[in-house]
Design a protein around this ligand. Structure first.
Ligand SMILES: *[C@@H]1O[C@H](CO)[C@@H](O)[C@H](O)[C@H]1NC(C)=O
Ligand SMILES: *[C@@H]1O[C@H](CO)[C@@H](O)[C@H](O)[C@H]1NC(C)=O
Length: 478
């Protein structure tokens, strides 16, 4: 297969030299279009479910037979995977993982890996500039597939990582008809944060553009991943700046376990997380993670954005709903530090009351949630301030699905340092009700203290709350 492809490339080059010497007028007779494609440097390898690792068969623009030779399925959808900048000049280990996950989910599909490794291993700004040429190559390949085989472009889904996301965007802007979808996996920031829409990924580049932002730490223009929204739906897992499990402590643990060979992997940990989140969505299809639209990271942390009304929430990854808002908006969610990444989000609202005014800064609490399926105990959280007769709202999440909420325990931790005044008299608040809203089920539960008034005392036993009786019941009995 490989030698055949090489032969065809050689044939193409030979034909090109031939047409060049003829002045390029009568050139199109034998292999139509080949003349126009000789300058395409990117290679299009059609991988297979059996061999997700190697590029064994190439689709060669202009060479009609190459498509049949690689057993391209004309009635199936096509995924085009575009890698990013590379130091080593080799494919990174995520490529076969993504290819395998795509085939697992869509066994009849065509998964094409674009090889632009030569251009991708230059100095970053040089490689960044090459995204224009790569995008152009990809667009011409797609246009050719459409012209030559009448292959429907709305079967095409481009997936680009880092610089590859911008190459995908440029490709999408140059195809004759719009491709179905582009997924940008942490599109590169440097050289693109302030670029105009035509030279980076933007919502105009496909029928639908979804973007995962996972490593946007630092000032704009300097962060590895682009910070501003560039698609129809832009999701910022864990705020988008940095991902759980990618911290220094974790790095040291991995180095201790696996040696220094994986340092490179750790540097890119948050950047590459975008790919693994997408792979997760392909493999765990019945349980997609939900992301929630929010005006700011801070509002999301307060639990204020767990609504699903009017498309305010969406699935992250492959099963996303194609919502095209007029203005692009940011969506947020929390994740676990490894696959499966899904967590369950809750907004908790507590009213602190009491007859005497009392105010405290930076207080540590713990909540335990008990549900029909499981429980999640001692979830720690800190409130920057608590004072009498004020309501506080915050976000909590559990790594397991606990089912329908039944019971809740709340504990106010004592300070780590010793305080004479608190030893003498521990502060307390009266808490009558706690409101909890579950993002994943959109259900709201009102919890009541078992006693008429419940004292939450600092450093003392947790207070138990149970589901309040139905309003109707209360009315009848009251
Ligand atoms: C091509 O894909 C279609 C589904 O899109 C499938 O039914 C068919 O079996 C595939 N053909 C081959 C040769 O694999
Ligand atoms: C808090 O509100 C309750 C009920 O409105 C009131 O009785 C109490 O005095 C208030 N506490 C303070 C410190 O203002």
């Amino acid at each position: 297969m490989k030698s055949q492809a090489l032969l065809l490339v050689a044939l193409g080059v030979w034909l090109q030299s031939l047409t060049a010497s003829r002045g390029g007028v009568a050139a199109t007779a034998e292999i139509p279009g080949q003349r126009d494609f000789g300058d395409i440097e990117s290679k299009f390898a059609l991988r297979t479910p059996e061999n997700t690792v190697d590029d064994t068969c190439h689709l060669i623009p202009g060479v009609t037979e190459s498509v049949a030779n690689c057993h391209f399925n004309h009635s199936s959808k096509t995924f085009v995977v575009i890698h990013g900048w590379t130091v080593t000049g080799m494919y990174e280990s995520w490529v076969p993982k993504l290819v395998a996950a795509l085939y697992k989910r869509e066994p009849d599909s065509n998964v094409i890996v674009v090889d632009w490794l030569m251009r991708a291993q230059q100095h970053y700004p040089v490689s960044a500039g090459y995204t224009k040429l790569v995008g152009n190559d990809v667009a011409r390949f797609i246009n050719w597939m459409e012209e030559e085989f009448n292959y429907a472009v709305d079967n095409v889904h481009l997936l680009g990582y880092s610089l590859g996301a911008h190459a995908a965007g440029i490709a999408g802007s140059l195809t004759k008809n719009k491709v179905n979808r582009i997924t940008g996996l942490d599109p590169a920031g440097p050289n693109f944060e302030y670029a105009e829409a035509p030279s980076r990924l933007s919502p105009d580049d496909a029928d639908f553009v979804d973007v995962l932002h996972t490593f946007t730490r630092g000032s704009p223009g300097r962060s590895i991943g682009i910070q501003k929204p560039v698609g129809h739906v832009d999701i910022y897992p864990n705020g988008g700046t940095f991902q759980p499990g990618c911290n220094v402590g974790e790095a040291i643990r991995v180095i201790a376990e696996k040696g220094l060979g994986d340092v490179d992997q750790l540097v890119k940990c948050s950047h590459e997380r975008s790919i693994h989140l997408f792979i997760d969505s392909l493999l765990n299809e019945e349980n997609p993670s939900k992301a929630y639209r929010c005006n700011s990271k801070e509002a999301f942390e307060k639990g204020l954005c767990l609504s699903c009304r009017k498309n305010r929430c969406n699935n992250m990854g492959y099963e996303i709903n194609k919502v095209r808002a007029k203005r692009n908006s940011k969506m947020y969610l929390k994740t676990r530090s490894q696959m499966p990444y899904k967590v369950f989000h809750y907004q908790v609202k507590i009213h602190f009351s009491g007859t005497e005014m009392s105010e405290h800064k930076n207080q540590a609490f713990e909540i335990s949630l008990y549900g029909t399926v499981a429980e999640s105990e001692n979830i720690a959280f800190t409130l920057p301030e608590v004072s009498t007769n004020k309501t506080y709202s915050f976000l909590l999440y559990t790594e397991v699905d606990i089912g329908e909420l039944l019971m809740l325990k709340l504990k106010w931790n004592s300070d780590s340092y010793f305080s004479w005044s608190e030893w003498w008299s521990s502060p307390d608040f009266v808490i009558q009700k706690i409101r909890v809203k579950a993002g994943e089920t959109q259900k709201k539960v009102l919890f009541c203290s078992r006693n008429k008034a419940s004292y939450l005392t600092k450093g003392k036993e947790p207070v138990v709350f149970v589901k309040c009786h139905d309003k109707s019941v209360t009315k009848k009995s009251g």
